[in-house]
Ligand binder design. Structure first.
Ligand code: NAD
Length: 328
């Protein structure tokens, strides 16, 4: 039977993969450990391994997987900035889920914006404590404000359509603009200087690491809101914190964080959090941080699991591997 080592497994992964695997019958062994250079040994004699967004798949991880006989790495996600594709070249085929319900992430981004602007996270806690005061909970109308979207792919486009329904004036930056008729493209600098709200919907690449940093924040309007559902490395968190503290940034809602890999998806409620920047960000009333859950709808999960298992099926059955990603 075709053996699959499944890393970074959570109960919901096991439930969904087991259900849809009934159709394929792969021998899946689930590991709670993240895949990294130390745990890659666990995949010895497994021809396929499944990994996720915060696994550290560097050259050493790849070499250990390869020595142990792994020939397919199936990422159960869209982004692959955590995979050293150069190291994998000619050794291990890397596949991913190129798209799944873009509504999951786009709808979550608007939920974050509405929550942080209207302070619903604070109101929820207040009323549960029988505190019915609305003092300090004032937000602003989205109608008529300028929204800058960075990245107008599948998720960015859905997000723009939703935002147009609120009467937001949308401007966007994308190095590969599309659908020019419906989207008002401007330069990156114009997005920074004109927007009341900026939402990130691009992948993390070498070019755009820390696209939100001191220099770009300096160009922004006072009171700008920043929403990030893409990748943590797009924002320099220390710069974000500095400009939240001095009041230049009005609020931030983040579903991703640059140092999330050892933190997100885990429960640290009984421990002392050692990440000072994260702790400081979480202490601010105008910051909302969630744990990379924008994708987490039943529709998206169905797509992710079905496509991942089909990618593995194509590999084991010598079919053309449609969703392979190659080092360029
Ligand atoms: P996509 O490939 O359809 O679109 C990405 C767009 O970004 C493309 O139009 C591309 O041209 C553009 N782009 C590339 N480099 C850019 C740059 N430097 N500046 C501005 N735009 C740039 O991807 P998608 O499906 O829309 O997903 C977008 C991102 O959302 C993913 O890369 C991933 O990081 C993130 N994501 C997050 C979650 C979550 O749960 N939080 C889930 C899925 C995806």
């Amino acid at each position: 039977m075709n053996k699959v080592a499944f890393f970074d497994c959570k109960p919901y992964d096991r439930e969904w993969f087991n259900k849809i695997n009934e159709k394929y019958g792969f021998d899946i062994v689930y590991f709670e450990n993240k895949l990294n250079e130390s745990t890659a040994l666990m995949a010895k004699d497994f021809e396929a391994a499944v990994a996720f967004v915060n696994d550290q798949i560097n050259q050493s991880t790849i070499n250990t997987l390869y020595s142990g006989g792994t020939r397919l790495l199936a990422m159960r996600c869209t982004g692959y900035s955590n995979v050293d594709l150069k190291a994998a070249k000619d050794k291990i085929s890397v596949v991913r889920v190129p798209d799944y319900s873009p509504y999951s992430v786009a709808e979550y981004a608007i939920a974050l914006l509405l929550c942080i602007n209207r302070k619903i996270h604070k109101a929820y806690n207040r009323t549960r404590d029988m505190n019915f005061s609305i003092d300090g909970l004032m937000g602003f109308d989205l109608y008529g404000k300028t929204l800058g979207v960075i990245g107008t792919g599948k998720i960015g486009k859905v997000f723009i359509n939703i935002c147009k329904g609120f009467g937001l004036n949308v401007i966007a930056y994308d190095p590969y603009p599309s659908d020019k008729g419906n989207i008002s493209y401007v330069s990156k600098e114009e997005v920074f200087s004109r927007s009341d709200i900026i939402s990130l919907h691009c992948p993390l690449t070498h070019d755009n690491h820390y696209i939100i940093n001191k220099e770009s924040i300096e160009m922004m309007k006072k009171g700008v809101y920043i929403i990030n559902t893409s990748r943590g490395g797009l924002i320099n968190s220390e710069d974000l914190l500095e400009y939240l503290l001095n009041g230049k940034i009005g609020g931030a809602a983040l579903d991703v964080y640059e140092e999330e890999s050892e933190i997100f998806f885990e429960d640290f409620s009984d421990s002392i959090m050692k990440d000072n920047v994260l702790t400081h960000l979480l202490s601010l009333p105008n910051v909302l941080i969630t744990s990379h859950q924008a994708f987490f709808t039943s529709e998206a999960m169905f797509d992710i699991v079905s496509v991942t298992l089909n990618n593995i099926y194509e590999y084991f059955n010598n079919k053309r591997i449609v969703n392979e990603i190659r080092y360029k």
